[in-house]
Design a protein around this ligand. Structure first.
Ligand SMILES: NC(=O)c1ccc[n+]([C@@H]2O[C@H](COP(=O)([O-])OP(=O)(O)OC[C@H]3O[C@@H](n4cnc5c(N)ncnc54)[C@H](O)[C@@H]3O)[C@@H](O)[C@H]2O)c1
Length: 449
């Protein structure tokens, strides 16, 4: 790639989470002078050991290199400077229990910037936000500084687990509140990525980010709706989808599967909230969200019915859930919005007698899980041993590679394998102690019992 000469200006990244830390390390490695600001002491403490607090392939190596050579520095407070700077805001914008966006972190950052911003500084908002946030919420706060500054919205669109390989190649959307802001932000990103897409304004850039995630959620929801239809028919969803698109150029549905993570679980709600004052409702986006959320409750209900039917609800059962991170490909240890833990909580509600739940993940460590209040097993074999039910929850290759024969041997007694990713749908012969059910073929599997 042919990047322009890196900026000499200091780039200040505010919020060193999944997005901010990865971007900071990437930019520092290009030769930029990056200062990271992070309020969480635990994140700073981890960085002092030159490591990230989360797993992202290649990130620890990059941190070690850039912290050692001084191109990436970090501290907990924003401070004044005599020079012009570029600020990138990457703090979290989660939703609350009522599915409303929490903008408190971006507002707090904007208020902190008022005291330190200089004439000519460029502020880039990168956190996912409600429509109009850049111009109507953040810009007015920054104007209290009395300084002339530039401001643009430039969304983060990388995939967790592949962020470092995507940052330099994904097209970067850039939309400023005015032409000069767009121009300056585009010039900045042209030093980072090979393609910069300048759009009309910050609102267009904000909407592009929300629409990107909404359409991904909708595609998965269509597949999950097919799966739910097939659950009540004697038809396999995987076959309907795979055979239906084979050599047929007008269908490209993904296979059904759980949808989660810190972005898809919230971004359609942020889109809907953006339109409230226009009295518009994004019907497809919200229905898709419901379909993807309901899937987990349907699985919990199916399992509760299953064990009731087998008269096993009168004794405590052992349920093992394998693959707890919100996805297995690309691998991550991110537990935010993870379907597996939502399923765990639903199962606890519908099957209160299932007293023993065992959790295992190929990437998430026991200590990381403990921080989130979950008890994990170290060993896969120890997790599965003597289980009544094993749920294959995410699509990590180490879980996909497990054969049903291996599982049956580890399990010892009779076991029900519930595969949320329908990996073994084509298997016709099962070990005698194992029953197999998958999302999208509940009825078909019943026939095989
Ligand atoms: N995770 C992803 O892959 C991804 C992808 C695209 C977009 N996004 C969006 O990017 C934003 C950030 O996501 P994330 O996953 O990195 O969130 P995160 O919660 O992992 O990181 C945010 C960090 O900001 C810190 N912070 C909060 N207030 C601060 C302040 N005043 N000063 C300094 N630090 C502060 C927090 O302590 C935290 O470490 C969100 O809006 C998210 O929706 C995330």
């Amino acid at each position: 790639m042919n990047f322009k000469k890196p900026s000499d200006k200091e780039v200040v990244v505010i919020g060193l989470g999944y997005v901010g830390l990865t971007l900071s390390a990437f930019m520092s490695d290009l030769g930029m002078n990056v200062l990271g600001i992070e309020i969480r002491e635990s994140v700073i403490a981890k960085l002092q050991t030159m490591k990230a607090f989360f797993f992202e392939p290649g990130l620890d190596e990059l941190l070690e290199r850039t912290i050692n050579d001084g191109s990436f520095r970090f501290q907990s407070k924003l401070e004044k400077s005599n020079s012009e700077r570029i600020f990138i805001i990457t703090v979290g914008t989660p939703i609350d229990a009522k599915k409303k966006i929490r903008a408190d972190s971006i507002i707090r950052v904007a208020e902190q910037l008022v005291a330190v911003i200089n004439e000519g500084d460029l502020v880039i908002l990168r956190s996912t936000v409600k429509l109009n946030t850049t111009r109507q919420l953040i810009q007015p706060i920054l104007e209290k500084s009395g300084k002339n500054f530039y401001i643009a919205f430039c969304p983060e669109r990388t995939l967790e687990g592949a962020a470092l390989s995507e940052l330099g190649v994904l097209p970067q959307i850039v939309g400023g509140v005015n032409d000069e802001s767009t121009r300056l932000a585009a010039e900045f990103f042209s030093k980072i990525t090979s393609t910069v897409v300048k759009v009309s304004n910050s609102e267009t850039a904000e909407l592009i980010k929300l629409v990107d995630n909404m359409q991904r959620d909708v595609r998965f929801a269509v597949a999950n709706e097919v799966a739910d239809i097939c659950n009540s028919e004697h038809i396999k969803a995987t076959e309907v989808i795979s055979a239906g698109k084979l050599g047929y150029p007008r269908t490209n549905l993904p296979l059904p599967g759980p949808v989660g993570g810190p972005c898809l679980e919230k971004d359609s709600y942020i889109l809907a909230e953006s339109l409230l004052n226009k009295e518009k409702t994004p019907l497809i986006a919200l229905s898709a969200r419901k379909v993807n959320e309901n899937m987990i409750a349907s699985i919990a209900e199916f399992l509760a019915k299953w064990f009731k039917m087998k008269h096993l609800e009168s004794r405590p059962l052992k349920i093992s859930i394998l693959g707890i991170a919100f996805k297995g490909i690309p691998e991550t240890n991110d537990l935010r919005g993870t379907p597996a833990l939502n399923l765990l909580s639903d199962l606890k509600q519908v099957m209160p007698l299932f007293t023993e739940f065992r959790l295992w993940d190929p990437v998430v460590t026991k200590s990381e899980a403990a921080l989130e209040g979950f008890e994990f097993q170290d060993e896969l074999s120890e997790t599965i041993y003597n289980s009544d039910c094993i749920i294959l929850a995410n699509n990590h290759p180490k879980i996909s590679d497990l054969s049903l024969n291996q599982i049956s041997k580890f399990a010892i007694g009779n076991v029900l394998v519930y595969d949320i990713w329908s990996r073994h749908d084509n298997v016709t012969q099962f070990p005698s102690n194992l029953k197999y059910v998958s999302w999208g073929s509940h009825q078909v599997s019943e026939l095989r019992v």
